[in-house]
Design a protein around this ligand. Structure first.
Ligand code: OSB
Ligand code: MG
Length: 368
């Protein structure tokens, strides 16, 4: 492989409904899409999951653009590559900026899979032909509104319901859901809204048989999470705190987490995501694939990753229509009875709808 041209686009897509977390509300999704061209003409796609504002982590669309233009693209352009695993090695001298790194790495994996005539899933070592998915629901105006939404998604077949919580929108919400949906797998995601001093509140959640509680404490913490886990029956799952297989190992050894949410962008790409998956598999820690309100391109990468064997729990990869009036891939990602069929064409397995991409493009730059 040799990448000879790269195009970066800033896309702006309107969400079907606002999505509220403990750190803020999204109404639109602004993100970078990266198109890479190999010397043989093969085109690969990558999506940056950095948001417009540094709420979830410190990266933003603009910091990603800067990192890509000034550091990462110059490293990759015209370099001979035998395997996509080399990309993370080449990027290693640059600290952090994992979402920016992952944007190129994802496109290189797509090209590699096409050139070796296999699906991205099989290039990664995945064997499932369908994956089980859940859905993540933002904070609502009232518990009644939330109950109606959960009812709708349970009827659509989603295999697990995740709801966002924050102080004041937690114990009563989860109690009501458990009372109304006795047999449904339910979990909560706090996006770091609590401190160890809030342990008494979090302990009350133990009564509702939640599959897990995701990232209750600070985004850079693995010490207090270990303390908290000792006080809770409900398993803790780390999201924001895990950026690498080394972070995963330390958190597991400390007892800070019993389950890990893997997001490709947060960990710097598919190669590192696979390492975390393999470490967790060897150590009896189930994983699942998180979501960042991705367009079809990022969603396709998530589908492929989820085919690996230790993705035991349903992920947040909901169908395209849950987010968008019109997605940028053909066909869109469709969920039936809580399953997504893994596409069987080479690469990411979905065609990019260039007209749709064009209609959402706010800015564009070409590098060669
Ligand atoms: O913490 O998993 C999260 C959305 C934005 C930022 C962080 C998170 C989320 C979600 C939504 O939970 C997952 C999705 O539907 O893509
Ligand atoms: Mg989360």
């Amino acid at each position: 492989m040799k990448i000879t041209e790269i195009t970066i686009r800033h896309l702006k897509m309107k969400l079907n409904a606002p999505f509220t977390t403990s750190f803020g509300t999204f109404t639109d999704k602004d993100f970078l899409l990266l198109e890479a061209k190999d010397e043989d003409g093969t085109i690969g796609w990558g999506e940056s999951v950095a948001f417009h504002s540094p709420w979830y982590n410190e990266e933003t669309l603009q910091t990603n653009w800067h990192m890509l233009e000034d550091f990462l693209i110059p490293i990759i352009l015209n370099k001979d590559l035998k395997h996509p695993d080399e990309v993370s090695e080449l990027f290693a001298p640059i600290r952090k900026n994992n979402m920016a790194k992952s944007t190129i790495e994802g496109a290189v994996w797509d090209i590699y899979a096409q050139q070796t005539n296999q699906t991205l899933a099989s290039a990664l070592g995945g064997h499932k032909n369908k994956i089980e998915v859940g859905i993540s629901i933002g904070i609502q105006k009232s518990i009644d509104d939330l109950v109606l939404l959960v009812d709708e998604y349970v009827k659509e077949g989603y295999k697990r319901i995740k709801v966002k919580i924050k102080p004041g929108w937690d114990v009563d919400v989860m109690r009501t859901l458990r009372e109304k949906f006795l047999d449904v797998a339910i979990m909560a995601d706090a996006n770091s809204a609590y401190r160890l001093e809030d342990a008494e509140t979090l302990k009350q959640l133990d009564a509702f048989d939640l599959t897990m509680i995701e990232q209750p404490l600070a985004s850079d913490d693995i010490i207090d999470h270990a303390q908290l886990q000792k006080m809770l029956k409900t398993p803790i799952c780390l999201d924001e705190s895990i950026h690498s297989v080394e972070d995963a190992r330390k958190a597991v050894e400390l007892g800070s987490t019993k389950i890990i949410n893997i997001k490709i962008g947060r960990v710097g790409g598919l190669t590192e995501a696979k390492k975390i998956h393999d470490y967790c598999e060897a150590n009896g820690i189930p994983v699942w694939c998180g979501g960042m309100l991705e367009s079809g391109i990022g969603r396709a990468h998530n589908v492929a990753l989820t085919t690996l064997s230790n993705f035991i729990l349903p992920g947040d990869t909901a169908g395209s229509s849950r987010y968008w009036e019109k997605d940028i891939i053909e066909p869109e990602v469709i969920v039936e009875n809580g399953f997504i069929k893994v596409p069987q064409t080479a690469g990411i397995g979905y065609a990019v709808d260039r007209e749709a991409v064009k209609s959402f493009t706010a800015a564009k730059k070409h590098y060669k």
